[in-house]
Design a protein around this ligand. Structure first.
Ligand code: ATP
Ligand code: MG
Length: 416
Protein backbone atom coordinates (compact mmCIF):
# COMPACT_ATOMS: atom_id res chain seq x y z
CA UNK A 1 0.00 0.00 0.00
CA UNK A 2 1.29 3.44 -0.92
CA UNK A 3 2.46 5.67 1.87
CA UNK A 4 0.77 8.96 2.58
CA UNK A 5 2.01 12.52 2.95
CA UNK A 6 -0.24 15.23 4.26
CA UNK A 7 -0.90 18.84 3.41
CA UNK A 8 -2.42 20.64 6.42
CA UNK A 9 -4.88 23.51 6.19
CA UNK A 10 -4.72 25.88 9.15
CA UNK A 11 -8.09 27.59 8.84
CA UNK A 12 -10.32 30.18 10.43
CA UNK A 13 -13.52 31.35 8.77
CA UNK A 14 -12.77 30.15 5.22
CA UNK A 15 -15.19 27.51 3.98
CA UNK A 16 -15.10 27.94 0.23
CA UNK A 17 -11.60 27.54 -1.19
CA UNK A 18 -10.66 24.84 1.36
CA UNK A 19 -13.66 22.74 0.28
CA UNK A 20 -12.71 23.26 -3.39
CA UNK A 21 -9.08 22.39 -2.69
CA UNK A 22 -10.06 19.23 -0.79
CA UNK A 23 -12.52 18.19 -3.49
CA UNK A 24 -9.92 18.62 -6.24
CA UNK A 25 -7.28 16.70 -4.25
CA UNK A 26 -9.80 13.90 -3.80
CA UNK A 27 -10.59 13.89 -7.53
CA UNK A 28 -6.96 14.05 -8.66
CA UNK A 29 -5.49 11.71 -6.03
CA UNK A 30 -1.95 12.93 -6.69
CA UNK A 31 0.79 10.38 -6.01
CA UNK A 32 4.52 10.74 -6.48
CA UNK A 33 7.71 8.69 -6.15
CA UNK A 34 8.61 5.21 -7.30
CA UNK A 35 8.53 1.75 -5.72
CA UNK A 36 8.85 1.80 -1.95
CA UNK A 37 9.08 5.58 -1.94
CA UNK A 38 5.75 6.04 -3.64
CA UNK A 39 3.27 8.12 -1.64
CA UNK A 40 -0.17 9.62 -2.02
CA UNK A 41 -0.56 13.29 -1.24
CA UNK A 42 -3.62 14.05 0.88
CA UNK A 43 -5.07 16.99 2.72
CA UNK A 44 -6.70 17.58 6.09
CA UNK A 45 -7.61 20.45 8.37
CA UNK A 46 -5.45 21.13 11.39
CA UNK A 47 -7.02 21.19 14.84
CA UNK A 48 -5.80 23.42 17.62
CA UNK A 49 -4.65 20.71 20.01
CA UNK A 50 -2.02 21.02 22.71
CA UNK A 51 1.36 20.00 21.29
CA UNK A 52 4.79 18.96 22.49
CA UNK A 53 7.66 20.90 21.02
CA UNK A 54 9.56 17.70 20.22
CA UNK A 55 6.58 16.03 18.48
CA UNK A 56 6.92 14.99 14.85
CA UNK A 57 4.66 16.87 12.44
CA UNK A 58 1.90 14.99 10.63
CA UNK A 59 2.20 17.45 7.76
CA UNK A 60 4.88 18.08 5.16
CA UNK A 61 3.32 21.37 4.08
CA UNK A 62 0.83 23.75 5.68
CA UNK A 63 -1.29 26.46 4.08
CA UNK A 64 -1.94 28.85 6.93
CA UNK A 65 -4.76 31.39 7.27
CA UNK A 66 -4.69 31.82 11.02
CA UNK A 67 -1.27 33.03 12.10
CA UNK A 68 -2.30 36.66 12.04
CA UNK A 69 -5.14 36.15 14.47
CA UNK A 70 -4.39 33.06 16.59
CA UNK A 71 -1.31 32.84 18.71
CA UNK A 72 -1.47 29.08 19.14
CA UNK A 73 -1.55 28.50 15.40
CA UNK A 74 1.35 30.87 14.93
CA UNK A 75 3.50 29.24 17.57
CA UNK A 76 2.69 25.76 16.25
CA UNK A 77 3.79 26.89 12.79
CA UNK A 78 7.05 28.27 14.10
CA UNK A 79 7.77 25.02 15.89
CA UNK A 80 6.85 23.04 12.75
CA UNK A 81 9.31 25.12 10.71
CA UNK A 82 12.13 25.09 13.25
CA UNK A 83 11.79 21.52 14.54
CA UNK A 84 10.24 19.58 11.65
CA UNK A 85 11.20 21.43 8.43
CA UNK A 86 7.54 21.72 7.44
CA UNK A 87 7.01 23.88 4.36
CA UNK A 88 4.77 26.82 5.22
CA UNK A 89 2.65 29.21 3.22
CA UNK A 90 3.28 31.78 4.69
CA UNK A 91 6.53 32.18 6.54
CA UNK A 92 5.39 33.05 10.11
CA UNK A 93 8.73 34.61 11.02
CA UNK A 94 8.78 37.29 8.36
CA UNK A 95 5.05 37.92 8.48
CA UNK A 96 5.25 38.52 12.19
CA UNK A 97 8.28 40.75 12.11
CA UNK A 98 7.97 42.47 8.71
CA UNK A 99 4.78 44.46 8.60
CA UNK A 100 3.65 46.99 6.02
CA UNK A 101 6.25 49.34 7.33
CA UNK A 102 9.12 46.98 6.52
CA UNK A 103 7.65 46.34 3.09
CA UNK A 104 7.49 50.09 2.40
CA UNK A 105 11.10 50.55 3.49
CA UNK A 106 12.41 47.60 1.50
CA UNK A 107 10.49 48.59 -1.61
CA UNK A 108 11.68 52.17 -1.40
CA UNK A 109 15.24 50.88 -1.18
CA UNK A 110 14.60 48.64 -4.22
CA UNK A 111 13.60 51.79 -6.11
CA UNK A 112 9.88 51.08 -6.41
CA UNK A 113 7.55 54.03 -6.62
CA UNK A 114 6.21 54.13 -3.07
CA UNK A 115 4.44 57.42 -2.27
CA UNK A 116 6.19 59.64 0.30
CA UNK A 117 5.62 58.11 3.76
CA UNK A 118 6.39 59.18 7.34
CA UNK A 119 5.88 57.36 10.65
CA UNK A 120 4.51 59.27 13.66
CA UNK A 121 5.18 58.69 17.36
CA UNK A 122 2.07 57.25 18.98
CA UNK A 123 -0.40 59.76 20.36
CA UNK A 124 -1.03 58.07 23.71
CA UNK A 125 0.94 55.87 26.07
CA UNK A 126 -0.33 53.33 28.60
CA UNK A 127 -1.44 55.00 31.80
CA UNK A 128 0.23 54.15 35.12
CA UNK A 129 3.41 53.04 33.43
CA UNK A 130 6.42 54.74 34.99
CA UNK A 131 8.68 53.48 32.21
CA UNK A 132 6.58 54.98 29.45
CA UNK A 133 5.98 58.18 31.38
CA UNK A 134 9.64 58.82 32.10
CA UNK A 135 10.74 57.87 28.59
CA UNK A 136 8.09 60.07 27.01
CA UNK A 137 8.97 63.01 29.24
CA UNK A 138 12.63 62.74 28.37
CA UNK A 139 12.64 61.80 24.72
CA UNK A 140 9.20 61.96 23.19
CA UNK A 141 9.05 65.73 22.87
CA UNK A 142 6.28 67.78 21.32
CA UNK A 143 6.50 67.87 17.54
CA UNK A 144 4.76 69.78 14.80
CA UNK A 145 2.48 67.29 13.07
CA UNK A 146 1.44 69.93 10.51
CA UNK A 147 5.02 70.25 9.40
CA UNK A 148 5.28 66.47 8.87
CA UNK A 149 2.01 66.46 6.92
CA UNK A 150 3.09 69.43 4.78
CA UNK A 151 6.26 67.58 3.89
CA UNK A 152 4.31 64.43 2.97
CA UNK A 153 1.80 66.56 1.04
CA UNK A 154 -2.03 66.66 1.02
CA UNK A 155 -4.20 64.79 0.35
CA UNK A 156 -2.74 61.96 2.39
CA UNK A 157 -3.70 58.76 4.14
CA UNK A 158 -3.19 58.06 7.83
CA UNK A 159 -2.97 54.33 8.45
CA UNK A 160 -1.51 51.93 11.02
CA UNK A 161 2.03 50.77 10.24
CA UNK A 162 0.85 47.15 10.43
CA UNK A 163 -2.74 47.57 9.21
CA UNK A 164 -5.24 45.21 7.65
CA UNK A 165 -8.94 45.29 6.81
CA UNK A 166 -9.02 49.11 6.63
CA UNK A 167 -8.63 49.31 10.40
CA UNK A 168 -7.87 52.90 11.36
CA UNK A 169 -7.35 54.11 7.77
CA UNK A 170 -8.44 57.69 7.03
CA UNK A 171 -8.10 59.99 4.09
CA UNK A 172 -6.99 63.45 5.10
CA UNK A 173 -7.44 66.65 3.15
CA UNK A 174 -6.41 69.32 5.65
CA UNK A 175 -4.91 70.17 9.03
CA UNK A 176 -8.22 69.93 10.90
CA UNK A 177 -8.81 66.36 9.73
CA UNK A 178 -5.17 65.55 10.45
CA UNK A 179 -5.44 66.59 14.10
CA UNK A 180 -8.75 64.85 14.57
CA UNK A 181 -7.44 61.55 13.08
CA UNK A 182 -4.26 61.73 15.15
CA UNK A 183 -6.27 62.39 18.32
CA UNK A 184 -8.29 59.26 17.55
CA UNK A 185 -5.26 57.06 16.85
CA UNK A 186 -4.59 56.29 20.54
CA UNK A 187 -1.66 53.95 20.99
CA UNK A 188 -1.40 52.92 17.31
CA UNK A 189 1.74 53.82 15.40
CA UNK A 190 0.54 55.59 12.28
CA UNK A 191 1.98 56.27 8.84
CA UNK A 192 1.18 59.41 6.94
CA UNK A 193 1.33 58.53 3.27
CA UNK A 194 0.83 60.83 0.34
CA UNK A 195 -2.28 59.90 -1.61
CA UNK A 196 -1.86 58.77 -5.19
CA UNK A 197 -4.61 61.07 -6.31
CA UNK A 198 -6.06 60.95 -8.85
CA UNK A 199 -5.23 57.50 -10.12
CA UNK A 200 -6.52 55.71 -13.19
CA UNK A 201 -6.45 52.08 -12.08
CA UNK A 202 -6.30 50.25 -8.75
CA UNK A 203 -4.61 46.84 -9.22
CA UNK A 204 -4.76 44.13 -6.62
CA UNK A 205 -2.82 41.00 -7.38
CA UNK A 206 -3.23 37.68 -5.66
CA UNK A 207 0.02 35.73 -5.56
CA UNK A 208 0.60 32.05 -4.82
CA UNK A 209 4.20 30.97 -5.30
CA UNK A 210 5.29 32.41 -8.66
CA UNK A 211 1.69 32.64 -9.89
CA UNK A 212 0.30 36.16 -10.01
CA UNK A 213 -3.24 37.21 -10.87
CA UNK A 214 -3.56 41.00 -11.25
CA UNK A 215 -7.18 42.11 -10.88
CA UNK A 216 -8.79 45.50 -11.28
CA UNK A 217 -10.17 46.70 -7.96
CA UNK A 218 -12.55 49.45 -6.94
CA UNK A 219 -12.32 50.28 -3.21
CA UNK A 220 -15.38 52.57 -3.43
CA UNK A 221 -17.71 49.60 -4.04
CA UNK A 222 -19.27 47.34 -1.38
CA UNK A 223 -17.10 44.28 -0.61
CA UNK A 224 -18.71 41.90 -3.08
CA UNK A 225 -18.38 44.32 -6.01
CA UNK A 226 -14.78 45.47 -5.52
CA UNK A 227 -13.04 43.05 -7.85
CA UNK A 228 -13.87 44.02 -11.42
CA UNK A 229 -14.60 41.65 -14.26
CA UNK A 230 -12.30 42.90 -16.99
CA UNK A 231 -8.98 41.16 -17.64
CA UNK A 232 -7.53 43.61 -20.17
CA UNK A 233 -7.10 46.70 -18.00
CA UNK A 234 -3.32 46.93 -18.12
CA UNK A 235 -1.00 47.11 -21.11
CA UNK A 236 1.23 44.01 -21.41
CA UNK A 237 4.16 46.10 -20.15
CA UNK A 238 2.34 47.28 -17.02
CA UNK A 239 0.90 43.85 -16.37
CA UNK A 240 4.37 42.38 -16.45
CA UNK A 241 5.62 45.18 -14.16
CA UNK A 242 2.86 44.42 -11.64
CA UNK A 243 3.73 40.71 -11.78
CA UNK A 244 7.46 41.39 -11.31
CA UNK A 245 6.87 43.76 -8.38
CA UNK A 246 4.56 41.21 -6.73
CA UNK A 247 6.98 38.31 -7.19
CA UNK A 248 9.95 40.40 -6.11
CA UNK A 249 8.49 41.53 -2.82
CA UNK A 250 7.30 38.00 -2.08
CA UNK A 251 10.68 36.48 -2.86
CA UNK A 252 12.40 39.21 -0.85
CA UNK A 253 10.41 38.39 2.31
CA UNK A 254 9.71 34.68 1.51
CA UNK A 255 5.97 35.29 1.25
CA UNK A 256 4.15 32.78 -0.89
CA UNK A 257 0.43 33.50 -0.44
CA UNK A 258 -0.02 37.22 -0.44
CA UNK A 259 -1.85 40.06 -2.13
CA UNK A 260 -0.32 43.24 -3.44
CA UNK A 261 -1.93 46.58 -4.20
CA UNK A 262 -0.73 49.29 -6.54
CA UNK A 263 -2.23 52.42 -8.05
CA UNK A 264 -1.57 53.38 -11.64
CA UNK A 265 -1.09 57.03 -12.43
CA UNK A 266 0.04 57.85 -15.97
CA UNK A 267 2.69 55.23 -16.73
CA UNK A 268 3.69 54.78 -13.10
CA UNK A 269 2.65 51.96 -10.82
CA UNK A 270 2.74 53.04 -7.17
CA UNK A 271 2.62 50.17 -4.66
CA UNK A 272 0.59 51.12 -1.56
CA UNK A 273 0.12 47.85 0.33
CA UNK A 274 2.14 44.71 -0.17
CA UNK A 275 1.92 42.74 3.05
CA UNK A 276 -1.28 40.72 3.47
CA UNK A 277 -0.64 37.49 5.34
CA UNK A 278 -4.21 36.32 4.92
CA UNK A 279 -5.24 37.69 1.53
CA UNK A 280 -8.92 37.81 0.68
CA UNK A 281 -9.64 34.52 -1.11
CA UNK A 282 -13.40 34.39 -0.65
CA UNK A 283 -15.69 33.30 -3.42
CA UNK A 284 -18.03 36.17 -2.52
CA UNK A 285 -15.23 38.72 -3.05
CA UNK A 286 -13.33 37.17 -5.95
CA UNK A 287 -16.38 35.67 -7.75
CA UNK A 288 -15.21 35.15 -11.35
CA UNK A 289 -11.54 35.10 -10.33
CA UNK A 290 -12.13 32.61 -7.49
CA UNK A 291 -11.05 29.41 -9.34
CA UNK A 292 -7.52 30.85 -9.50
CA UNK A 293 -7.11 30.20 -5.76
CA UNK A 294 -7.90 26.48 -6.09
CA UNK A 295 -5.80 26.03 -9.20
CA UNK A 296 -2.76 27.99 -8.04
CA UNK A 297 -2.77 26.40 -4.56
CA UNK A 298 -3.07 22.91 -6.01
CA UNK A 299 -0.15 23.45 -8.34
CA UNK A 300 2.15 25.21 -5.89
CA UNK A 301 1.55 22.92 -2.90
CA UNK A 302 1.96 19.82 -5.05
CA UNK A 303 5.14 21.21 -6.58
CA UNK A 304 6.63 22.03 -3.18
CA UNK A 305 6.01 18.54 -1.81
CA UNK A 306 6.96 16.73 -5.03
CA UNK A 307 10.24 18.66 -5.43
CA UNK A 308 11.03 18.49 -1.70
CA UNK A 309 11.52 22.23 -1.83
CA UNK A 310 12.85 23.51 1.49
CA UNK A 311 11.24 26.49 3.15
CA UNK A 312 13.80 29.29 3.21
CA UNK A 313 13.91 30.70 6.72
CA UNK A 314 16.90 32.88 5.96
CA UNK A 315 16.68 36.23 4.20
CA UNK A 316 19.10 37.56 1.59
CA UNK A 317 18.50 41.29 1.46
CA UNK A 318 21.97 42.00 0.15
CA UNK A 319 21.56 40.23 -3.16
CA UNK A 320 18.57 42.51 -3.81
CA UNK A 321 20.29 45.62 -2.51
CA UNK A 322 23.34 45.09 -4.71
CA UNK A 323 20.98 45.58 -7.67
CA UNK A 324 19.05 48.39 -5.98
CA UNK A 325 22.19 50.35 -5.15
CA UNK A 326 23.84 50.01 -8.57
CA UNK A 327 23.67 53.47 -10.11
CA UNK A 328 24.15 52.14 -13.62
CA UNK A 329 20.81 50.33 -13.56
CA UNK A 330 17.69 52.28 -14.38
CA UNK A 331 14.24 51.26 -13.14
CA UNK A 332 13.60 48.84 -16.04
CA UNK A 333 16.98 47.17 -15.66
CA UNK A 334 16.38 46.74 -11.95
CA UNK A 335 13.01 45.15 -12.65
CA UNK A 336 14.65 42.70 -15.09
CA UNK A 337 17.15 41.70 -12.47
CA UNK A 338 14.58 41.47 -9.67
CA UNK A 339 12.52 39.23 -11.91
CA UNK A 340 15.47 36.93 -12.37
CA UNK A 341 16.12 36.75 -8.62
CA UNK A 342 12.43 36.15 -7.91
CA UNK A 343 12.22 33.39 -10.52
CA UNK A 344 15.31 31.77 -9.07
CA UNK A 345 13.78 31.88 -5.61
CA UNK A 346 10.48 30.42 -6.83
CA UNK A 347 12.18 27.92 -9.20
CA UNK A 348 9.70 29.15 -11.78
CA UNK A 349 11.09 27.16 -14.69
CA UNK A 350 11.12 23.88 -12.78
CA UNK A 351 7.65 24.65 -11.46
CA UNK A 352 6.29 25.19 -14.98
CA UNK A 353 7.85 21.96 -16.15
CA UNK A 354 6.24 20.14 -13.22
CA UNK A 355 2.81 21.62 -14.10
CA UNK A 356 3.23 20.56 -17.69
CA UNK A 357 4.29 17.00 -16.82
CA UNK A 358 1.90 16.27 -13.96
CA UNK A 359 -1.10 18.53 -14.50
CA UNK A 360 -1.49 18.91 -18.26
CA UNK A 361 -5.23 18.17 -18.07
CA UNK A 362 -5.91 20.20 -14.93
CA UNK A 363 -8.04 22.79 -16.73
CA UNK A 364 -10.41 20.10 -17.96
CA UNK A 365 -10.64 18.69 -14.43
CA UNK A 366 -11.28 22.15 -12.99
CA UNK A 367 -13.95 22.80 -15.58
CA UNK A 368 -15.63 19.59 -14.57
CA UNK A 369 -15.43 20.38 -10.86
CA UNK A 370 -16.57 24.00 -11.08
CA UNK A 371 -19.53 22.89 -13.19
CA UNK A 372 -20.57 20.19 -10.73
CA UNK A 373 -23.30 19.99 -8.09
CA UNK A 374 -20.49 19.46 -5.58
CA UNK A 375 -19.15 22.97 -6.27
CA UNK A 376 -22.65 24.43 -6.41
CA UNK A 377 -23.24 23.22 -2.84
CA UNK A 378 -20.03 24.99 -1.73
CA UNK A 379 -21.21 28.19 -3.42
CA UNK A 380 -24.63 28.00 -1.76
CA UNK A 381 -23.08 27.42 1.68
CA UNK A 382 -20.77 30.40 1.27
CA UNK A 383 -23.54 32.76 0.14
CA UNK A 384 -25.70 31.67 3.07
CA UNK A 385 -22.77 32.32 5.37
CA UNK A 386 -22.19 35.87 4.14
CA UNK A 387 -25.53 37.39 3.14
CA UNK A 388 -28.78 37.92 5.11
CA UNK A 389 -31.51 35.35 4.47
CA UNK A 390 -33.71 37.50 2.24
CA UNK A 391 -30.80 38.00 -0.18
CA UNK A 392 -29.79 34.32 -0.50
CA UNK A 393 -31.69 33.50 -3.70
CA UNK A 394 -30.57 36.65 -5.42
CA UNK A 395 -26.89 36.20 -4.61
CA UNK A 396 -26.82 32.47 -5.27
CA UNK A 397 -27.94 33.21 -8.83
CA UNK A 398 -25.59 36.19 -9.08
CA UNK A 399 -22.50 34.13 -8.17
CA UNK A 400 -23.57 31.12 -10.23
CA UNK A 401 -23.69 33.35 -13.27
CA UNK A 402 -20.35 35.04 -12.59
CA UNK A 403 -18.60 31.74 -11.89
CA UNK A 404 -20.05 30.13 -14.98
CA UNK A 405 -18.63 32.94 -17.11
CA UNK A 406 -15.26 32.83 -15.34
CA UNK A 407 -14.92 29.08 -15.58
CA UNK A 408 -15.77 29.01 -19.28
CA UNK A 409 -13.30 31.79 -19.93
CA UNK A 410 -10.44 30.42 -17.83
CA UNK A 411 -10.68 26.72 -18.50
CA UNK A 412 -11.66 26.94 -22.10
CA UNK A 413 -14.85 24.96 -22.26
CA UNK A 414 -18.53 25.33 -21.76
CA UNK A 415 -19.65 24.95 -18.18
CA UNK A 416 -23.12 23.49 -17.81
N1 ATP B 1 -1.26 56.29 -0.67
C1 ATP B 1 -2.53 56.04 -1.00
N2 ATP B 1 -3.09 56.65 -2.08
C2 ATP B 1 -4.39 56.42 -2.43
N3 ATP B 1 -5.22 55.62 -1.74
C3 ATP B 1 -4.72 55.00 -0.65
C4 ATP B 1 -3.35 55.16 -0.23
N4 ATP B 1 -3.18 54.43 0.89
C5 ATP B 1 -4.36 53.83 1.15
N5 ATP B 1 -5.29 54.17 0.24
C6 ATP B 1 -6.71 53.74 0.20
O1 ATP B 1 -7.09 53.24 1.47
C7 ATP B 1 -7.45 51.85 1.34
C8 ATP B 1 -6.95 51.10 2.58
O2 ATP B 1 -5.53 51.25 2.73
P1 ATP B 1 -4.57 50.02 3.00
O3 ATP B 1 -4.72 49.04 1.89
O4 ATP B 1 -3.23 50.53 3.27
O5 ATP B 1 -5.24 49.45 4.33
P2 ATP B 1 -5.58 47.97 4.72
O6 ATP B 1 -5.96 48.03 6.13
O7 ATP B 1 -4.49 47.06 4.26
O8 ATP B 1 -6.85 47.61 3.84
P3 ATP B 1 -7.11 46.24 3.06
O9 ATP B 1 -7.21 45.16 4.08
O10 ATP B 1 -8.38 46.50 2.28
O11 ATP B 1 -5.94 46.04 2.13
C9 ATP B 1 -6.81 51.38 0.05
O12 ATP B 1 -7.49 50.29 -0.49
C10 ATP B 1 -6.92 52.63 -0.81
O13 ATP B 1 -8.22 52.74 -1.33
MG1 MG C 1 -4.67 47.17 1.59
Amino acid sequence: MAKEKWIGLSLGVDTDWPSCFEAMMERLKPAYGEGEDRYELKVRRILMDPFFLRDESKYVLVVDRLTHWFKLAREWLKKAALMNDVYLLNNPFTFQSMEKHSAFCAMMRLGLKIPETALLPQKEYPEDSPIYEKTAQRYNLMFDIDEVAERVGYPLYMKPYDGGGWRGVSRIENSEQLHSAYDDSGMEIMHLQKAVDPYEVFVRSLTIGPQVLPMRYDPEQPLHLRYQLDDEFLSPKLRREMCVISKAINAFFRWEYNSCEALLRGDNLHPIDFANACPDSALTSLHRHFPFVTKALLLWTNYCVFSERKMRKDLEFDSWYSIADNREFDYDEKLNRYEKLADEYFETEKFQEFCHTHFSDLDAQLLDFFSSDQFDAILVTKVRDVFPKHEHDHYIEHYRELLRGGVEHKFGGKAS
